[in-house]
Design a protein around this ligand. Structure first.
Ligand SMILES: NC(=O)C1=CN([C@@H]2O[C@H](COP(=O)(O)OP(=O)(O)OC[C@H]3O[C@@H](n4cnc5c(N)ncnc54)[C@H](OP(=O)(O)O)[C@@H]3O)[C@@H](O)[C@H]2O)C=CC1
Ligand SMILES: O=C(O)C1=N[C@H](C(=O)O)C[C@H](O)C1
Length: 321
């Protein structure tokens, strides 16, 4: 029998878990109630649409594969190479008509420089693991979807190299808009929730190694709103059984989901506020990543003076489909 109390945490005074528990039932939001195909919309490069080479790093993983599939559907030229952390991997992955060769890390620099020679405008998309975020980027143009690592160092290395990059721990445009709203909210009403108590819960697939980068961004907004928060208190759920039983994640999304809940309570318990964003599957991130790559390609073509972008830039300029 599962306890509804998450281990080692203070249980919120008004339990959000009970509501989470109901999400998987009849009242489940539409987007999560059916197994939506990874890429529901068949799209292709139409008249006037853009195409350029794209190399997706981490194609052996869930995001890498979803982005490679989305790239093909959007008519981009998928470069048939991807990298793995494993040295002696003898593997190819078929995406559409393309057989992607999976290469080990030791020859990465040489392999990437041959790709760059052949495709000078190639954009490399990275969906690997937090411990590879600060590896040297051998390609001057890249989209970094991988979370974690030393983010300050990542930005500094791009600044120093004068490369073009788009970096975002969140590529789903609806979530990006929510985080932007929270940031504007905090800028306009700093300190409004002083004295309130914040609980943050996030649930992701068991393979996720780090804490939600998106939750960290939202928490920074709550801090501006007057609520200090110790990141170590964040409840991270990685156990599939808890996700099914307590969080209410639909079974088909146990291997790929991002449920977030932020719960604010006043010091006298007389008022509470709750914010949630719950995503099943990988499709919104894959679509957003292709939007990001197209956006970055256009910035490179126009030799824009700004070189480091985020997903809010993409949304604001109307590049999101
Ligand atoms: N920005 C966004 O919107 C989103 C970001 N993410 C982030 O993307 C990352 C990947 O997520 P996800 O696809 O779910 O994870 P997976 O574990 O499914 O895939 C990651 C893949 O990266 C490969 N990998 C690990 N280290 C290296 C390395 N040094 N070089 C090359 N490949 C490597 C692994 O393959 P192998 O074993 O062959 O090395 C693995 O298959 C995570 O950081 C996650 O938080 C996820 C969803 C959305
Ligand atoms: O690993 C994931 O799955 C996700 N990672 C990103 C994050 O850490 O914020 C975005 C989303 O939560 C999915």
């Amino acid at each position: 029998m599962l306890s509804l109390r998450p281990p080692h945490t203070t249980f919120p005074r008004t339990s959000p878990w009970l509501r989470w528990g109901r999400l998987g039932g009849a009242a489940a939001p539409h987007c999560l109630s059916a197994a939506a195909p990874a890429l529901a919309r068949e799209t292709a490069a139409g008249p006037g649409s853009v195409s350029f080479p794209i190399l997706v790093n981490g194609c052996t993983g869930k995001m890498g594969l979803a982005v490679a599939e989305a790239a093909v559907l959007r008519g981009l030229h998928l470069v048939p190479v991807s990298f793995s952390s494993r040295e002696k991997v003898k593997e190819t992955i078929q995406v559409g008509q393309t057989d992607i060769r999976i290469c080990g890390p030791s020859a990465r620099e040489d392999d990437l420089s041959s790709v760059a020679d052949e495709f000078p405008d190639v954009i490399v998309v990275d969906y690997t693991a937090p411990d590879s975020v600060n590896c040297k980027q051998f390609n001057p143009l890249f989209v970094m979807g991988t979370t974690g690592g030393d983010r300050q160092l990542l930005y500094k290395s791009v600044q120093d190299s004068k490369n073009y990059a788009l970096i975002s721990p969140q590529m789903g445009k609806q979530v990006v808009a929510f985080v932007a709203l929270m940031r504007i909210f905090a800028e306009q009403f700093p300190g409004t929730y002083s004295g309130y108590h914040l609980e943050v819960l996030e649930s992701h697939q068991a393979s996720k190694k780090d804490t939600s980068g998106t939750a960290k961004d939202v928490i920074a907004c709550f801090e501006k709103l007057g609520v200090p928060y110790d990141m170590n208190r964040m409840v991270k759920i990685r156990d599939p059984e808890q996700q099914l039983e307590m969080v209410g994640v639909p079974e088909e999304h146990i291997d790929g989901h991002a449920f977030h809940l932020y719960h604010l309570t006043s010091s006298d318990d007389s008022a509470s506020f709750e914010f949630q964003h719950n995503v099943g599957g990988r499709s919104i991130y894959a679509e957003g990543t292709i939007d990001a790559a197209i956006f970055l390609h256009s910035k490179v073509q126009s030799k824009d003076s700004k070189r480091i972008y985020n997903m809010e830039d993409v949304s604001r300029e109307g590049y999101m489909r």
